[in-house]
Design a protein around this ligand. Structure first.
Ligand code: MG
Length: 188
């Protein structure tokens, strides 16, 4: 039996565009306009503060908003493409009770069959989850899950859709601005 390589993919802001919903929430509740790619926790907390970020997360990661979110541009096609080469896992930092909503979203978008499993990293770090599953690539929109990676067998890829090339050059991680760019480095 041939063992396929495995990839881990974040959910919020990487597969489902909950960042667009956060952008809207921040506009309505804080009166600030920020870009979607600034809506991951690492980028967003310094802008709106921890308390407001938690208020926002409680709303956006709940079932109603989760199911309303649109796919990140190119994400669903990327899941199909990656599935032809890799075992694909969703590795989310969502709390366990909110993981079910992500599963429901994936089913509604007819892509749950492309995914081996949807797992939470809550209570540990994503690197540990990936290494336990034999995952060799982790794709995430939040650098806090990628910067601490020390294992040489896990490759971090930061995906921030909408970033411009100057911002991309300033990021110390391997950073990509579209799912197409990610597929170019991961598929033959
Ligand atoms: Mg994310």
């Amino acid at each position: 039996m041939i063992t396929r390589a495995a990839v881990g993919i974040d959910y919020d802001g990487t597969i489902a565009d909950t960042n667009a919903q956060k952008k809207r929430w921040i506009h309505e509740h804080c009166g600030i306009d920020i870009e979607s790619y600034q809506c991951d926790r690492s980028s967003c907390v310094p802008i709106i503060g921890h308390s407001r970020y938690e208020d926002m997360a409680a709303a956006i990661y709940d079932r109603t908003w989760t199911l309303r979110s649109q796919p990140v541009a190119g994400a669903l096609a990327a899941l199909y493409e990656l599935n032809t080469h890799y075992d694909t896992f969703i590795i989310t930092a969502r709390l366990p009770n909110r993981v079910a909503f992500a599963r429901e979203w994936l089913e509604a978008h007819e892509c749950s069959g492309l995914i081996k499993d949807v797992l939470t990293s809550a209570g540990e770090d994503k690197e540990s989850v990936c290494l336990r599953l034999g995952i060799s690539v982790l794709i995430d929109d939040d650098p806090r899950h990628l910067l601490p990676i020390t294992s040489l067998s896990l490759r971090p890829l930061l995906l921030k859709v909408g970033l411009n090339s100057e911002q991309q050059a300033e990021i110390t991680l391997p950073a990509y601005r579209s799912w197409q760019e990610v597929l170019e480095v991961l598929t033959p």
